[in-house]
Design a protein around this ligand. Structure first.
Ligand code: SF4
Length: 312
């Protein structure tokens, strides 16, 4: 699906941001001015030559997409040229703390909002965003999104990015979400990507799959508590087979690779592969070909390859 970075500036300063540190320094109007964006949006493959819809979603990301000075003109333009499309906003959620902003966005209809919680209180969340006040704004933003959801919300997804700063209290974040936003459409647990500032700040935020693995069973206990639950960026050998049906392949192919030893893994065709930057920073020892036989019910969805797994 088309992913369009519409703005290189951000109002937060996350320590594990995947954008490089010079990303925000570039002149925004070189690549992100409204006229330039109109060209990039128009070129998105939403319809085929016959006018049939081939993708019903367009993802707007950044930086922080909601602070683009022409944000509403961009939404209007997309809805005008691609009326059936669902617009997904990958956002830190902070601007939604303003009621008028939230109402104006949702009135565009069929809006997906995907935002991350990095902690269960201001201290833990703001330590990751390095922006005092960001937790309170994000929480107020989520409250507003639910308050005005009937105006045009399609889905609200809450994400938890797993890093050295967050992995030990992921359960507490889930508990916070269940207490405050039980109606969320989906929770996504995302293992950090070691690129951009995350790579630069590896000593502070870097984490291995092995370090995280013992926390996964505690997280899995929360799956029945929510309407939807996913794991992103997990090669299959880093997670128990009982959770494979929740794993999704969302990394672009050019960012991942397989090892020579993966060739003998019985489940390679269902596996996401390994992020190349992870191999560079951590190495390949953790990845072990799986030889135990399971009954895997596959799907035709390349993003979610496994429907179910049982033991032979
Ligand atoms: S061994 Fe390779 S193919 Fe098999 S699950 Fe691990 S990373 Fe994936």
């Amino acid at each position: 699906m088309p992913v369009i970075s519409i703005w290189n500036k951000c109002n937060s300063n996350c320590i594990m941001c995947t954008n490089p540190s010079d990303f925000q320094a570039k002149d925004s109007y070189d690549n992100y001015g409204f006229n330039e964006l109109k060209k990039r949006i128009s070129a998105a493959k939403i319809f085929d030559e016959r006018g049939n819809l081939i993708d019903d979603k367009m993802i707007l990301t950044g930086g922080e997409p909601t602070i683009h000075p022409d944000f509403f003109r961009i939404l209007s333009f997309i809805k005008r040229i691609f009326p059936p499309v669902i617009i997904e906003l990958d956002t830190n959620g902070r601007r939604f703390c303003y009621d008028s902003f939230t109402k104006k966005v949702l009135r565009f209809k069929r809006i997906n909002i995907y935002t991350s919680l990095h902690g269960f209180n201001a201290k833990t969340h703001d330590a990751v965003t390095r922006t005092p006040g960001s937790f309170l704004q994000t929480i107020k933003g989520i409250e507003n999104i639910f308050k005005y959801k009937n105006l045009g919300l399609h889905e609200l997804e809450l994400r938890i990015i797993i890093t050295k700063l967050t992995y030990k209290y992921t359960e507490k974040i889930l508990e916070f979400i269940k207490d405050h936003f039980p109606e969320v459409d989906r929770i996504v647990i995302i293992f950090m990507e070691m690129e951009g500032q995350a790579k630069k700040n590896f000593k502070i935020v870097g984490l291995t799959y092995t370090q995280f693995r013992k926390f996964i069973p505690k997280i899995a206990k929360w799956i029945p508590e929510f309407k939807g639950f996913r794991f992103y960026h997990f090669p299959l050998c880093t997670i128990d087979h009982s959770l494979w049906k929740y794993t999704w392949r969302t990394l672009p192919e050019y960012e991942i690779t397989f090892l020579p030893k993966c060739e003998v893994c019985l489940y390679k065709k269902y596996c996401l592969g390994i992020h190349k930057d992870y191999l560079e920073k951590v190495g390949s020892d953790e990845f072990k070909p799986i030889k135990k036989k399971y009954i895997v019910e596959g799907t035709t969805d390349k993003y979610r390859p496994i429907q179910n797994v049982s033991i032979k």
